[in-house]
Design a protein around this ligand. Structure first.
Ligand SMILES: [Zn+2]
Length: 109
């Protein structure tokens, strides 16, 4: 298991920056410049989260709004997330659509 600078800092009760100085003698260069808008949905948001998926390369990531960040985390956890969600939604709506079809058929008769 590989710990992040932040996790190591928690163990020693110091900042992640301090851990970076201990381990590599300098602070890790920051991420790409923070944009004004979410890199997925484009909403303007001043507290964008930096979402990363590779613990070995935490600087590679995307700046996302909270909603897109949650979706990205879900998809990273379950790659089929979007398909499962859309199928589940469809299955939930099906009985209502069927009832509507039956009502229309009854009216027509
Ligand atoms: Zn977004």
């Amino acid at each position: 298991m590989q710990l992040t600078y932040r996790q190591i800092g928690k163990i020693f009760d110091v900042s992640s920056t301090q851990v970076q100085y201990w381990l590599i003698g300098r602070k890790v260069e920051h991420f790409t410049e923070k944009p004004e808008r979410c890199e997925i949905c484009g909403v303007k948001y001043n507290k964008l989260n930096h979402h990363h998926w590779d613990i070995d390369n935490p600087r590679i990531g995307l700046y996302l709004c909270p909603g897109c960040h949650m979706a990205a985390e879900a998809i990273d956890k379950i790659p089929e997330f979007a398909s499962i969600y859309l199928l589940s939604k469809e299955a939930r709506e099906l009985p209502a659509r069927h009832r509507k079809y039956e009502d229309n058929a009854t009216k027509a008769a």
